[in-house]
Design a protein around this ligand. Structure first.
Ligand code: BYC
Length: 332
């Protein structure tokens, strides 16, 4: 299935581990437990490789599809400054997708195969990008909440056991931090503006709050991959732990904006030193994962159209690369 031939275990490492009395899996786990980074040519269990391909490629697809809801506002941003900031942000997301596809390729899967999985609807991408952005305030809410949730999830990924993913995340997180601030600053301007602008900000918070909590994935009791991913130190925190950190971090920010989080059950719990919040509507989440969210169809159609319209660019780039390859390489 994978095209670059990296699936095979590294025989030298496996032999060394066996000579030391441990099987390759046990030796691998020892390296992970010792916080050694696993690199592409190192021996790794097939399940580890597959888990990383799944997570990194879903992450890459999320960045690429995630360009659409905000990209929708580039032509309508309310000033030239807002437009330039938004273009930079959306372009950064495209860059994140590119690093992440490269990180996935180090595991022996081709980018073409991954993109085909996205376009055919086989691959997942983050549920959050299947919601619409009907007003400018939604651009603020996406930056504040969606990028805020992304940072919460991705800072621990900078310590992921797989080297290429961990290193890609360092740059991604720096950029996400700028994205979160630009979103919060849009919300702040609206919240301190006219009554109409405050209402726009509140409506956007109402739309994005619950979907942002869903971004962290199913609750710990339903998360099928978390336990193993945490043993392999791909994930460092469970979905519920990160969701709780996000709520604790974000509610005071909403208070500062003078906006109300749309959860009647939200309250500070002194004993737990955190906020208690209401139940998440997992039916909505599961419907989106099955392709029935408000924008699933539109998002995939937009990506298919972009891919088809970009065919000539890929052909031209390949033709240029073939023409300019060193003569010796061409003869080989
Ligand atoms: N949406 O066992 P679980 C961004 C799936 S983009 C859809 O907990 P895992 C940005 C999950 O894949 C940020 N599917 O899984 C871009 C699994 O399905 P499969 C995107 C979800 O992997 C542009 C099943 O549910 N971030 O920041 O241990 C503009 C069971 O879940 C979702 C990442 O991708 C979801 N929300 O944990 C602005 C971060 N949640 O594969 C911003 C990297 C779960 O078995 N990914 N599923 O069919 C991760 O950290 C983990 O993959 C997750 C899920 C926490 C998301």
């Amino acid at each position: 299935m994978y095209t670059q031939g990296l699936d095979a275990p590294d025989p030298e490492r496996a032999v060394a581990a066996t000579a030391a009395g441990a099987g390759p899996e046990a030796r691998f786990q020892e390296r992970v437990d010792a916080e050694e980074k696993i690199e592409p040519k190192d021996w790794m269990p097939e399940g580890y490789r597959q888990t990383l391909i799944r997570q990194i490629s879903q992450h890459a697809h999320s960045e690429i599809v995630g360009m659409l809801p905000e990209g929708n506002w580039i032509t309508r941003a309310p000033s030239l400054l807002r437009k330039t900031i938004l273009i930079a942000k959306v372009q950064d997301e495209g860059g994140h997708g590119a690093y992440l596809y490269s990180a996935a390729e180090t595991l022996g899967v081709s980018r073409e195969e991954l993109i085909e999985q996205l376009l055919s609807g086989k691959a997942k991408y983050s549920s959050i990008f299947n919601y619409p952005t009907p007003t400018w305030a939604d651009v603020g809410a996406v930056g504040w909440l969606v990028d805020g949730a992304a940072i919460m999830n991705q800072i621990p990924l900078c310590r992921c056991s797989y080297g290429p993913y961990a290193r890609a995340m360092v740059r991604v997180c720096r950029e996400e931090s700028f994205h979160q601030r630009q979103g919060y600053e849009i919300m702040l301007r609206l919240a301190k503006g006219t009554a109409g602008q405050r209402q726009m900000a509140q409506d956007a918070l109402d739309r994005w709050w619950w979907p942002s909590l869903m971004m962290f994935g199913p609750s710990d009791t339903d998360s099928k991959h978390s336990a193993q991913s945490m043993r392999w130190k791909i994930k460092r925190f469970s979905n519920d732990e990160l969701r709780q950190k996000f709520v604790d971090f974000t509610v005071p920010q909403a208070d500062y904006l003078g906006l109300k989080v749309p959860d009647p059950e939200l309250r500070w719990d002194e004993a737990a030193s955190g906020y208690r919040f209401g139940a998440i509507d997992w039916t909505e989440f599961n419907d989106i994962l099955k392709g029935h969210g408000p924008c699933n169809r539109e998002r995939l159609e937009a990506r298919r159209k972009a891919h088809a319209e970009g065919a000539w660019v890929r052909e031209a780039a390949l033709a240029y690369a073939a023409k300019h390859r060193p003569t010796a390489e061409r003869a080989a």
